[in-house]
Write a protein that binds this ligand. Sequence first.
Ligand SMILES: [Zn+2]
Ligand SMILES: [Zn+2]
Length: 421
Amino acid sequence: MAASEPCPMPTAHKRLMDCHAMWHAMSAAYMEPDSFRMHLNSLIQGLRNVTFMVQKQKADLAGYGEWYTRFVNEVCPRPLMRWAVKSRNRIVKESDLDLLSEAKIRWVANWTTKEERKFAFPPRMSSRQMLAAIFSNPGNPRVGVVTISRRWVDKALPEYELLHATREIFIELSRLLHAGHAAAGVTSCTIDRREPGCVTPAVSVHPLGCMDINSSLRQEHVDLEDGFGIDEVEHHIRRDERLVEKAYARYGSFSVSASDPIEAAPQLLESAHRVLRKDKCHMPMMWSYRDGKIVDMISPNFVDQNGKYLMFHRLADRVETLRADGIVLVIEAWWAPDDKRDAQGLQIPPRDREDRQEVLHVAAATRAGERLSLLSPFSRSKSGEIIFGETVSGPDEELGVLGPFLPIFERWKQMDERNER
Ligand SMILES: [Zn+2]
Ligand SMILES: [Zn+2]
């Protein structure tokens, strides 16, 4: 790591870190309307102060004319940035923003039948009351799984939830300061880290994973078949070198050298084969990529079909929070090589067919639109041995395995539409 150097713009840099800390404070106060408004007001002023502080110091900043002009010409005209300036002026000179408390309801019946709607609800209304209101309309059938996400929006920016909007502005300002530091030849500067622990002096051009815009704390899930809530449980596992040694001893050593999800897929299938041979089962695993690097690895799990629908939507949430541009997923699944339809002409899911095959499915996809699935059929011998058949590969659509990935692909499309890079 490079040695720390003096910061070329310490006031602006500290203000940016203030914004990071304020964002978390605002997120933590989400369910308290007045605290939320208070933190939002501070954050919007704080974000504006970052650029004020940079401008004040312009005479001392290397390459200012170049990187600041680029910011003014390319970033400032974006609707979100203009909203930030207007909102700051309004908060300082006139009044609060016009905050609306909403619930976004996502109702998923199966991979292709789903709906998303936003409703205005008082912030303290219980989920039970919201569901009762929704299902008082007989047009909303009680099948599948429902997710209720609470959200605050400003009337002047109805398309954006406010943690999301302010995070976007924070990312743009981080990129501005990153450019300013780079022009001064500084990669790591001497500013103390703060509370919470993620508020470090590192200035990233990427969204920070700690700024979770899809936190499970603001979502509730209900399985409509049994009427019970579905709880999400997260376990965090730290890399432990002793466990890595143990894994190598058990499965043999392997490495994934590809920096691209599509190229990594065959390597991951190879390691998945070893795990399945040894353990007779394989936990679902998903690797997220950004700019050719793995930025996240999780083992998502579910217990039934509604849990599976939900899980894939939550994976899409994660892809959005991390702004991942590629994924590889390894999962055990049922598969059938052809398409059979029922009397109504609906596709019969492989899990309900008698000729279904058990497969290891490695799916790789990128935000740029590349898709690759590798399906490795396997059977179990009487003695419990795993016997692999011949691997089939191709785009998800051709293999009839597109469904589970639709939530992620749709999310990428929305990110493209909002020009989130
Ligand atoms: Zn600095
Ligand atoms: Zn953080």
